[in-house]
Design a protein around this ligand. Sequence first.
Ligand SMILES: Cc1ncc(COP(=O)(O)O)c(C=O)c1O
Length: 477
Amino acid sequence: MSKLLNEYDYDSIHAQAGELMKHRKHLKQSAVDKYMDYFNTKCAKSKAETLLAKEVIPGGIQHNLANNHPFALAIEKADGPYLYDIDGNRYIDFLCAGGPIILGNNYPAVRDAAVKQIVENSSLTGLYSPYERELAELIHKYMPSIEMYRSLGSGTEADIIAIRLARAYTGKKHIIRIMGGYHGWSDQLVYNSSSAKNDMLNGIPVDCFQNTHSVPVNDVEALEATIEKYEKEGGVAAFVMEAVGQDSGAVPTTKEYHRAARELCDKHGMLLIYDEVVTGFRLGMGGAQAIFGTHPDLTVFGKIIGGGFGSSGGIGGRKDIMSLLAAGVSAEAENKVKVGGTLSANPLTTLGGITVIKELAAKNVHAQLDKASEYFMKGIEEISEKYNVPALIFHHSSILHIDVHGLQHIPYFYKPEDPEYNVQLMDAYKNYIEFSMALAAEGLIIANGGKTYLPYGSIGILDDALDVYDRVFSQFE
Ligand SMILES: Cc1ncc(COP(=O)(O)O)c(C=O)c1O
């Protein structure tokens, strides 16, 4: 019923999402009660901590990617494949801090390089350090489309600059993106124009994002029609896409779509921007673009590129476009694109990125992760069949899609004005929250949504992780 699917076979994934919508199952109420009891009794210190945090931090939590139902777990230690909360409970870490921690927590080579840097040198000077060049060279070595690279403070910042550069370079106004794709939380990209019902949406005047338009994934005709529509109204500067598709590929893109997008961008004189914040150095040394065989004009980075340290983001691509970002007093080019960041390109983060990239290459980590992910996902397929729980199961290398709700697929089956749209949304959401909560109570933490990440450090404990999923799947109705 729930076969392990090929990640680039969108038709089969779409069909299985439809099945999931018709036959979605939930955890038994007795299991939900049991897991609530776990949180209330075994995580009492986290619960108390959450109440204190709520007094001084809005909602008591500052991360969107981790489960916080019924409350956030307070983590005090992370080591190898495990996380430890302040009550002393241990969890397998499939969150990987939302993607960056590909090698595992406190990975010795990365930790030692950082400690040495702090003790012997400095974590921040505001001046140039050769690590900046070394990181740019390394990225270019593995991703040839990155002729030049500039470090920035986050993926969000890099996405902001990507569309600014595209507009500066092409002189055109509009941006097209894939429906549901995430490109950070800036005014222009957090929503698209179809989200607006009033003049202002959650603090953002709609004017800010009226030039950002979204298209359904893998629909070449819709993309071309949207380009043609806005070509007459100021032109389209770029098509920006999460390279593997929405939510780390939960709704995946096809290879044909990438090829068509490249051709359309060339035909219409617009830039192709890949958001590889998640996929860069996760899917392989060449990122998603090596897999699709398409050269984007610009690529946006975050997460792994900073080795797990703060201020992690960057943009790279064609030299003629990137040159517009020249910084410093000698760079007063007329068409210079403004960009800055006090902590961007700091030595700790750039060294962290360099160390992780070198380690990934030296240990051939991606090949091992691919094998481990295949083994793990076959195990999940068996578990889902054993307990007859419908699921969407596929993986992009170590990005695992173990989706028992189909939340991200709902807009591909129902229009927002259809009453069933909200019914599906609520039902999927309940399932999604309870699933994350159940896994945590059984000892494993995942990333929210339809995806999670497998770290290199967990390869030795995959059967333990499968046992956790087995226990949770056994509790479905
Ligand atoms: C595809 C994608 N783009 C951009 C971002 C934003 O990156 P950051 O959280 O570093 O601002 C994220 C974050 O999860 C992301 O997944």
